[in-house]
Design a protein around this ligand. Sequence first.
Ligand code: AMP
Length: 311
Amino acid sequence: MSILVVGSVAFDSIRTPHGNVDRCLGGAATHFALAASFFTQVRVIGVVGEDFTSENEAVFHARNIDTQGIERAAGNSFHWTGEYRENLNEAQTLSTDLNVFESFQPKIPEAYRDSEFLFLANIDPVLQQRVHKQMPNVKMVCGDTMNYWITGHGENLAHVLRDLDALLINDGEAKLLAQEPNLVRAAERIMEMGPKTLIVKHGEYGSTAFFGEKSFATPVKNQFFRAPAMPLAEIIDPTGAGDSFAGGFFGYLASQPAVTPAVFKRAMFYGGVMGSFAVERFGTERVQQLTREEIDQRFARFRELSHLDGN
Ligand code: AMP
């Protein structure tokens, strides 16, 4: 099973209460691909500039991620500058330089055409839609977005939302998108926009899935499902946690023979596991060094921390 992901491949300059880094490898597609690569084959569509080095590309290859869909263009790569203050669940964007993404025309390499799963990671909704249009026969398509695209590119985003099996989005962005401060009502409103299932990420507090009538894996009788996050004593850098969650979630789903309610719930746990690793170091550092064994151990801890014994 293969996942095709389109999204930002970027350099990030990040400041957190633990320090700062300048131009480390980042981007939504990067964090997603690294996390998903522990579960399934991942192929990336994106664009980078002349500042993207062979060492940067080697990070993908070390995880066996296919990069033939990452185009090289004249100019600089996407560059995001962000800061986290006391609230580590919310990034303050200081600057977004789209650079080579501004004129990007995504093309799907022939070898990617048989991908069964499509993830539209955070990037201009116009690009998300162009990729989706070129992959009409995928089994399942999920997507992500953020305030930058919700506030400035709402109409284009509406087209993307119409055809999603699931939207994964963080708490604040869900409320912003729905223009509704109550999460349950916000979820209903968002599902009216198209996504059959909505997964809301609550940062260090876990995630909630909301199931619509056409949802692909509604757990019996439940309208919602909530998965935990790992209480961590030290969060070094939250950047990429959301994309790593998405990578763990979708990577696990894609690795399974069928998406049953039980598989869906496990996928939410794997999402939480991958997000919890991502925040332990700056940028992609922690996930780059991760082993499957560590993932399995933390998954077992996630089970324990949310399990209720007896009647
Ligand atoms: P998250 O997983 O939500 O923390 O996303 C972090 C990643 O999103 C960073 O590595 C950034 O490079 C990337 N990013 C920030 N702003 C945007 C944007 N407007 N479009 C696409 N990607 C972005």
